[in-house]
Design a protein around this ligand. Structure first.
Ligand SMILES: [Zn+2]
Length: 247
């Protein structure tokens, strides 16, 4: 297990003062490995905040290149990066934000054939996606490996988030039965900023062991009325993905 060095103790001083966090919590983050699928609107704030918080190993997967129409929300990518791979842009920025952590990137599309290789060694995975086909793939990977999945989704000024702990909580298949059709949906950058920050908060809480996770709770954010609501959820015993899993 990697220990904190003197630079860590200065860099992370303010967050180690959070009740229950301390050097022990920071050490857990330094030894954590997380996989993020998608380096766009959600993946940008998630990866930035996990990098500055000192998560030791971050794996990012996205095969897309940056387009002008991405720049209203994908804050890790800048005007100069148009036509550059998101994986490349992300690695460069995150290495500059915090050179002490390991950033691994893959410019690939995750599918059943490669997902095990892409997220090898990940202690948790994060859904920073814009489509349910890939979400279901990541959900199955998380359930199969019994590692948490931090779900987030945005549409316009609305967003949702929940934390999946396989065998203990709902999985995405317990609540979403079909793959909704793919479409170009409206979105403004502040929405994934809110939801991505919530997902990153959940990740930090999970590894440091503080607080209460969004377990069996779907948080629904409405930026138009500025309301947060939550729906309590129960596992589906007939869920095709996690139905047979016991705690
Ligand atoms: Zn399920």
């Amino acid at each position: 297990m990697k220990q904190l060095n003197e630079s860590d103790k200065i860099r992370f001083d303010r967050q180690m003062r959070i009740n229950g966090w301390g050097e022990n919590g920071q050490k857990k983050l330094k030894n954590a490995s997380v996989g993020i699928l998608g380096i766009g609107g959600l993946g940008s704030p998630i990866s930035i905040y996990l990098a500055v918080a000192g998560v030791g190993r971050i794996i990012l997967v996205d095969r897309d290149t940056i387009e002008l129409s991405n720049l209203n929300r994908q804050i890790l990518h800048w005007n100069r990066d148009i036509n550059v791979l998101k994986a490349q842009s992300a690695k460069q920025k995150l290495n500059e934000i915090n050179p002490d952590i390991e950033i691994i990137t893959y410019a690939e599309t995750a599918d059943e054939g490669n997902v095990d290789k892409l997220f090898e060694g990940a202690d948790a995975v994060i859904d920073a996606l814009d489509n349910f086909e890939s979400r279901f793939l990541l959900n199955k990977f998380a359930v199969d490996h019994k590692i948490p999945l931090f779900h987030g989704a945005v549409w316009g000024l609305e967003g949702r988030a929940t934390t999946v702990l396989p065998g203990k909580t709902i999985c995405l298949r317990c609540i979403y039965k079909e793959v909704p059709s793919k479409e170009i949906f409206p979105v403004v950058g502040v929405t994934p900023a809110v939801i991505g920050s919530i997902q990153a908060t959940e990740v930090l809480k999970y590894f440091t062991g503080i607080g209460e996770l969004l377990a069996n709770r779907l948080l629904i954010y409405d930026g138009e009325t500025m309301e947060f609501n939550q729906v309590m959820l129960n596992r589906d015993p007939n869920c095709p993905v996690c139905g047979n899993l016991t705690d």
